[in-house]
Design a protein around this ligand. Structure first.
Ligand code: NAP
Ligand code: GCO
Length: 265
């Protein structure tokens, strides 16, 4: 019986994957046999990514593309199909966050977050689905968030985008499931990457950032997640092992969504 978790012979595009969560997911998919394709917003970041993959003995194909620009995305997908092959697995990973109190956030700042975190997954998914239909199968994995379920101060745009991304995931499942395309989400908890670095900075007196202590108290595991913690769940959702899993958001959060938080001692 074939290994249902194998990604041998599959082409995986992970957006925004020069580093961080995207890089860890791409590395895990490579270990499962996938050919890795990634993009980043400028050549310098793509070159950094190619070097970082090479240091792990991964030959990755890198493309410069701003995922919010439909013309760039269409051109990138066409180039990938010509140079590497039809995309079997898409991970909509590229994302930004702006931590600003809502009433101090400009409409343009709000729109920028929605553009990358919600509009871009729509644009990139729309670009890859036609070839997936022709090929008879496809996997789309949207990187959602705990903020697909919960809010907190200063992340209104991000939570709105990630909440919308949860429903875009369910809608792609609904519209394209009949073509053997599975669209699911991964909802990471708090992961130690450049995106959350400001929340973990040591204080001037050397103490932990208050948010760091807050998250550790809210996570049963008592720790931040590592980007590598997302690799296995991503391989599962990219593989034949999940062919009857569709429209599901898999939370990889150390249990934070299940837990009221450490009680006072
Ligand atoms: P990160 O370290 O900030 O990396 C984000 C990546 O997306 C970077 O490579 C960035 O490229 C790229 N990107 C941003 N805008 C782009 C655009 N318009 N076009 C192409 N690439 C673009 O973030 P991360 O922590 O790895 O997060 C990755 C994903 O996981 C995001 O969707 C994030 O919302 C989500 N997430 C993160 C956490 C967490 O705790 N870290 C938890 C839940 C969900 P540049 O460096 O060139 O800007
Ligand atoms: C924040 C964090 C979170 C994480 C993640 C949690 O400021 O609250 O950046 O948004 O990035 O999305 O799942």
């Amino acid at each position: 019986m074939n290994n249902p978790f194998s990604l041998e012979g599959k082409v995986a595009l992970i957006t925004g994957a020069s580093y961080g969560i995207g890089f860890a997911i791409a590395s895990a998919m490579h270990a499962a046999g996938a050919t890795i394709v990634f993009n980043d917003i400028n050549q310098e970041k793509v070159d950094l990514g190619i070097k970082a993959y090479a240091e792990k003995n991964i030959k990755a194909y890198g493309y410069v593309c701003d995922v919010t620009k439909e013309d760039q995305v269409q051109a990138m997908v066409a180039k990938i199909e010509e140079e590497v092959g039809v995309i079997d697995i898409l991970v909509n990973n590229a994302g930004i966050i702006k931590r600003i109190p809502m009433c101090e956030m400009t409409a343009d700042q709000f729109r920028q977050v929605i553009d990358v975190d919600l509009n871009a997954p729509f644009i990139v998914s729309k670009a890859v689905i036609p070839s997936m239909i022709k090929k008879g199968h496809g996997k789309i994995i949207n990187i959602c968030s705990m903020m697909s379920e919960l809010g907190r101060e200063t992340v209104s745009a991000y939570a709105a985008a990630k909440g919308g991304l949860k429903m875009l995931t369910r809608n792609i499942c609904s519209e394209y499931g009949e073509y053997n395309i599975q669209c699911n989400g991964i909802g990471p908890g708090y992961i130690a990457t450049p995106q959350t670095a400001p929340l973990r900075e040591k204080q001037p007196d050397g103490s932990m950032h208050p948010f760091d202590s807050f998250i550790r108290a809210k996570t049963p595991a008592g720790r931040w997640g590592e980007a590598e913690d997302l690799g296995g769940p991503a391989v599962f959702l990219a593989s034949d092992a999940s062919n009857f899993v569709n429209g599901h958001i898999l939370y990889v959060d150390g249990g934070i969504l299940a837990y009221i938080g450490k009680q006072p001692q």
